[in-house]
Design a protein around this ligand. Structure first.
Ligand code: ACO
Length: 351
């Protein structure tokens, strides 16, 4: 049975890094509060007019170059984003067109921060069935469109005008959410192989009872029309998040899933070479690491530089580790993630 292996990776983040101090220009917050609670120092934001597919294309080009391939060598695209260019259609076909490979099947998945896990399962299915041999997986997000401030000029340091109290109040209302997210894209190219590589086990869960732990209240086809005039004033385009409950969910469900998977495979944490965790919050990952007794160096993190790029975090981290030579052929690595939905789980991948 064929497995799959990573043959190229790339990532792209837009614009200059936006520090915590810069966020304090548009909200009442501080580097100290953000760093202590989340481990984040900076993030990037997509400029007006730049969508997830645009960032995804840049990351994909870098991955193709890294793999020494041309776009036409790709025979399947899986694109994960919770911030698509349009409400519909999804961005996967746009990505294919922008890469110059119209006609190649392009699948959109919407598993938010848990997208990489679902992606691995899809990639495994595609290679096992023989439906595809060279698969481009892209996770990209343009969260800038849901940020609760309008004073982008002040945030970017292009203006030092005083904000009105209303502007500041509106941003403050969502400051616990707004400081966590950043924009960017990661692209990974997987190829079918007869080598002993690919998905080696998985624990995967979804529970829609908790959808409102993190969701966008405005828009959606349960109302007529799907966008109402009052939504703008209510900032219904900004996601609502129960941060405490999500934190609790992550630190209970993820160690449980990891322990169950290790037990099923008759392994301990020592048998795993690298733990690649979704980058939502440094504190969540430190908790998981301590709970599983994983040494610090076995769970690399980059949230300090990018914030939470949702579907982008694991592909961006994998790209950095792949290029640094940390991920080596034959290793057994574990990926862990939890995202809005709620979707969560972990996967063992033979590299
Ligand atoms: N700056 C300064 N103060 C703030 C900020 C901010 N950005 N945000 C909130 N505060 C204040 C609050 O107003 C509150 O003040 P009060 O006590 O005077 O009322 C105080 O700080 C504590 O606020 P909480 O919201 O209770 O803060 P908490 O300690 O729970 O931390 C946080 C918030 C960081 C969001 C945390 O709950 C968390 O990380 N949760 C997980 C969220 C997450 O990972 N989401 C994404 C996962 S799913 C996915 O990745 C798609």
């Amino acid at each position: 049975m064929p497995g799959f292996e990573l043959i190229g990776s790339g990532h792209y983040v837009p614009g200059p890094p936006i520090t915590n101090a810069a966020l304090a220009r548009v909200m009442d917050t501080s580097d100290e509060w953000i760093y202590q609670r989340s481990g984040i120092r900076q993030r990037h934001f997509a400029p007006e007019g730049v969508g997830a597919s645009d960032m995804g294309v840049e990351a994909a080009k870098r991955a193709l170059e890294n793999a020494n391939l041309e776009a036409k060598d790709v025979d399947y695209i899986v694109f994960a984003t919770m911030t698509p260019d349009y409400i519909f259609p999804g961005s996967a076909a746009l990505l294919g067109a922008k890469l110059g490979i119209p006609g190649v099947p392009a699948l959109d998945i919407r598993q938010q921060c848990a997208a990489m896990l679902f992606g691995l399962q899809i990639i495994d299915g595609l290679v096992q069935s023989g439906a595809a041999k060279t698969i481009l997986f892209v996770g990209a997000e343009a969260h800038a469109g849901f940020m609760p401030w309008t004073a982008w000029d002040v945030l970017m340091g292009e203006s030092d005008r005083e904000l009105t109290q209303e502007e500041r109040d509106k941003a403050n209302e969502h400051r616990a959410l707004a400081v966590l997210f950043g924009d960017g894209a990661g692209a990974l190219i997987f190829r079918a192989t007869e080598r002993d590589a690919g998905l080696r086990g998985m624990k995967l869960y979804s529970d829609g009872r908790f959808a409102e732990l993190l969701y966008v209240p405005g828009g959606g086809f349960r109302t007529r029309p799907y966008w109402k005039e009052h939504h703008y004033g209510e900032q219904a385009y900004v996601p609502r998040m129960d941060g405490r409950e999500l934190f609790r969910f992550a630190v209970t469900k993820l160690p449980r899933a990891a322990k169950d998977l290790l037990k099923e495979k008759d392994l301990t944490g020592d048998g795993v070479d690298v733990f690649i965790a979704h980058q939502a919050n440094l504190r969540i990952n430190e908790y998981i690491r301590d709970h599983l007794k994983v040494p610090r160096e076995k769970m690399p993190m980059n949230i300090d530089r990018f914030g939470n790029t949702s579907a982008g975090t694991i592909p961006i981290l994998v790209d950095e580790l792949h290029r640094a030579g940390t991920l080596k052929k034959g290793q057994l690595n574990m990926m862990l993630a939890l995202g809005a939905g709620v979707h969560w789980g972990c996967a063992l991948v033979r590299w």
